[in-house]
Design a protein around this ligand. Structure first.
Ligand code: CA
Length: 408
């Protein structure tokens, strides 16, 4: 479906079917022009309580932006290794700049901490990763990007529509002018890259000028992020977690976000903080995670780590934020070694793994290249049947093993 969208955009642009710059005709038949989509989107916005005046201002001179669809189609299918991601995220340069920011904004950060009880280093880490401390917030007109996504975004059109209506509500509220409503091609905005629905629900005016300005006010942006983490379950008494060591006979089937225990229970299983660190105190719902499987670093994570996952639901992201925050707090690097010789599986390899698991009798749910809980369970069942560490991690070695088995 998504490939088809791109196909007809290009046939429209380069074929003979481009009429008046907006009407595109595909091989499959007539498609609505951007202008026709805008008429519909405006009607939807009106029904959602947006005024004609705001709509006129928002859509004035707005044309489709095909680069949005190109970027949608060209998102890298290949996953970066978690260690490469963390290395780039917590680079020496970003750590140094982050420490400068902690210093330069210490006054407002301590006020934010007093109100929201979120560790300032975590806020600065999110700021650093989301926009390189405000130097890369995205300059695309959000209405243009989101209207294009709503019109031509295929499977992402629903997201585009929802975010477009939310963006128009931001204009209706008067927090920002249409020219000031800028962001990434996908509509993430300001210093800490809020999407419009997150902005509407959680952005705050912290500097007291009456506007929630996540573009121009660092205080507003960081307080909004703190507010979002707090409503996502952040507990002030907790750290995010800690890197841990495991005893040699540890049962790796205990790992995963689904399994939550008290810290004392983990300690009873032989889980211990790495040298120089302490087990987190007070959180009754900690999980053991193995971001690169049994052969990589291990972490015990608290509800605060889950709050970071609400910001962006990827373990590599949350761990990068957590680790960068640790480094900003003068804690050391990750101690255990990553399995650098392991290449993470791409999407087609993950789908192949699922198909092969199915063939050998362990159902991974769907064969869609997405590793969910059903696939992890099937991986574990297979690992158990081969007397391997039961970490549920879809490694290249495991895929090779399944391939050999399939060829027997
Ligand atoms: Ca403000």
């Amino acid at each position: 479906m998504s490939r088809g969208i791109r196909g007809w955009i290009f046939s429209g642009l380069f074929g003979a079917a481009l009429i008046g710059g907006v009407l595109m005709v595909s091989a499959e038949g007539n498609k609505k022009s951007f202008a026709e989509h805008v008429v519909e989107l405006r009607a939807l916005a009106l029904a959602s309580g947006i005024s004609e005046k705001v709509l006129d201002g928002a859509f004035e001179g707005i044309e489709e932006d095909f680069s949005v669809i190109e970027k949608l189609e060209n998102q890298p299918e290949h996953t970066n290794a978690v260690w490469d991601y963390i290395k780039r995220a917590a680079s020496e340069d970003r750590i140094r700049q982050g420490r400068d920011k902690l210093d330069a904004y210490s006054g407002v950060l301590s006020k934010i901490e007093k109100k929201y009880n979120v560790d300032p280093a975590v806020l600065v880490a999110i700021w650093g990763l989301e926009s390189s401390y405000g130097t890369n917030m995205g300059t695309d007109n959000a209405i243009r990007s989101l209207a294009t996504l709503a019109a031509f975004g295929g499977r992402r059109a629903g997201f585009g529509k929802e975010q477009l209506i939310a963006a128009l509500k931001i204009l209706e509220n008067g927090d920002v002018t249409p020219e000031g409503l800028t962001g990434s091609w996908a509509g993430a905005m300001g210093h800490t890259q809020f999407i419009p629905t997150t902005y509407l629900a959680h952005a705050v005016d912290f500097d007291g000028d009456g506007k929630r300005n996540i573009w121009g006010s660092v205080a507003d942006a960081l307080a909004s992020t703190a507010n979002y983490l707090r409503v996502s379950g952040w507990r002030p008494e907790n750290v995010w977690g800690v890197e841990v060591t495991l005893p040699p006979d540890f049962d790796f089937s205990e790992a995963g976000y689904g399994q939550r225990k008290k810290v004392q229970e983990w300690a009873g299983l032989g889980v211990d903080a790495v040298a120089g660190a302490m087990l987190p105190d007070g959180d009754a719902e900690t999980s053991l995670i193995l971001p690169a499987g049994a052969n990589g670093p291990r972490f015990l994570v608290t509800r605060n780590f889950r709050a970071i996952l609400r910001y962006n639901n990827a373990t590599a992201y949350a761990l990068a934020i957590a680790h960068l925050a640790d480094r900003l707090n003068d804690k050391g690097p990750i101690v255990q070694e990553w399995p650098l010789d392991e290449k993470p599986l791409g999407r087609s390899e993950r789908a192949e793994l699922q198909g092969l698991l199915n063939d050998v009798g362990f159902s991974p749910g769907g064969v869609d290249g997405i590793i969910g809980s059903a696939t992890r369970k099937a991986v574990r069942q297979y690992q158990r049947s081969k007397q391997l560490p039961v970490d549920g991690y879809p490694s290249t070695k495991l895929l090779d093993m399944l391939r050999r088995e399939a060829n027997l």
